[in-house]
Write a new protein. Sequence first.
Length: 67
Amino acid sequence: MPTDSETPLSETGFLRVAGAAGLDTSDTEAMEDLRRRVTLMREGLSRLYEIDVSGAESPSAFVPVRR
């Protein structure tokens, strides 16, 4: 698990959690892809939370952002 000085999405913290979950952390390309996907999902959830809290549910709020 991440130490106090690591955040879950810091590189070392992410690799520790991935290793604890039984993932092959030696596959750096797969780990980078997974970390990118997790980051995008967290950003999406954060945006949905902002929309929910603000009460603004305009259709434009749900247009996916392409990166």
